[in-house]
Design a protein around this ligand. Structure first.
Ligand code: ISE
Length: 333
């Protein structure tokens, strides 16, 4: 069965997902695109040979040719659009964050729980990255023993002008929050966030250094630095009782010349995580065909946003904040 997919948002990520869907994903047909900027929607539709263009995301969701929806519009629109997909009974893959506020995530959980079946997947694509997947299986094999610490680095070459200090956490470090929860199969209970001495109060707080403690006592630190200038660089090391697990560097090219070895970095996450993005879409389409959910659930989206909100509180107060969760509905066990 071929799944007809509609993509909402024709910006950087929407375009990337649309091209991947059109060219690499068997069992899926990209059938519709929408964006508030119709020119942008038309550009993506013409690049992907799609005929149905909607100026309004809601008409795309209601379009009978659309069996499932991918949301890649701005973070603030996610909640309303995910709720509209649930009301239409259509599976939805929503880019992270599921919603920027904890309350928004809870409203989605309430709506999905009322339906009694999982239709929401959150776009935490690192769960499909071969590096992290291998790290998880190595950890589960028991070869290096129990995890003690995890060190993470998340550097972007540059952040867009509209990026604010909270987004370093809610938009960037939220990936580490999710992948650490997933790798450790654990939840964070308290968080502290450090900033270097601010230069002036209007400046973006960048970099930030986050330290989180989990229920089982594992410590995870994240350096998040969104204007690192030299390239996109994501690293992770798990320190365990009997050894360590480290993501291998993945430069697209190594140059040896004049007595030096030079490796290069991807410009941004699309190139660095291209395999993860493809695998994520394959898993999503497969999950719609089989009815067996894959990837991060709405609960995972809620847990990531809740932890990120506690980090923001800790940064503002300059002290450790605790992370408090609601009871987990049975649907997500
Ligand atoms: C961006 O929105 C992403 O999702 C990227 O994966 C992340 O690395 C980047 O920091 C975010 O701004």
């Amino acid at each position: 069965m071929v799944i007809g997919i509609g993509v909402i948002g024709a910006g950087v990520m929407g375009r990337d997902h649309a091209l991947t869907l059109a060219d690499f994903i068997q069992g899926a047909a990209l059938v519709a695109v929408s964006d508030v900027d119709v020119n942008r929607a038309e550009a993506v539709a013409s690049a992907t040979r799609v005929e149905r263009i909607h100026a309004d995301a809601r008409t795309l969701i209601e379009d009978s040719a659309v069996d499932a929806v991918l949301i890649a519009s701005p973070d603030a629109t996610h909640e309303e659009l995910v709720l509209a997909c649930l009301a239409a009974g259509k599976p939805v893959l929503c880019e992270k964050p599921l919603a920027p506020t904890v309350e928004g995530c809870l409203r989605i959980i309430e709506a999905e729980t009322a339906l009694g079946k999982r239709l929401v997947q959150v776009g935490f694509m690192r769960r499909f990255d071969p590096g992290y997947v291998t790290m998880q299986s190595a950890l589960k094999s028991g070869q290096v023993g129990a995890p003690l610490l995890m060190h993470c680095i998340h550097r972007n070459a540059s952040a867009p002008p509209w990026f604010n200090s909270g987004m370093l956490i809610s938009n960037s470090a939220v990936h580490e929050i999710d992948i650490a929860r997933w790798l450790l199969d654990d939840e964070f209970t308290s968080v502290t966030v450090f900033k270097r001495r601010p230069l002036d109060s209007a400046a973006l707080i960048d970099p930030q250094f986050i330290v989180m403690e989990s229920r089982q006592g594992t410590l995870v630190d994240i350096e998040v630095f969104v204007n690192a200038r030299y390239g996109y660089d994501v690293r992770a090391e798990l320190v365990c009782e009997n050894g360590t697990l480290t993501l291998a560097p993945r430069p697209p090219l190594l140059i040896r010349s004049s007595g030096q070895e030079i490796s290069s970095f991807a410009d941004d996450w699309r190139a660095h995580f291209s395999v993860a993005y493809r695998n994520q879409l394959r898993a999503w389409v497969g999950s719609i065909q089989t009815g067996i959910p894959a990837g991060a659930s709405a609960w995972d989206g809620y847990a990531a946003t809740t932890t990120a909100a506690a980090c923001w509180e800790a940064l503002q107060l300059g002290q450790t904040a605790s992370v408090k969760f609601q009871d987990r509905p049975k649907l997500y066990n």
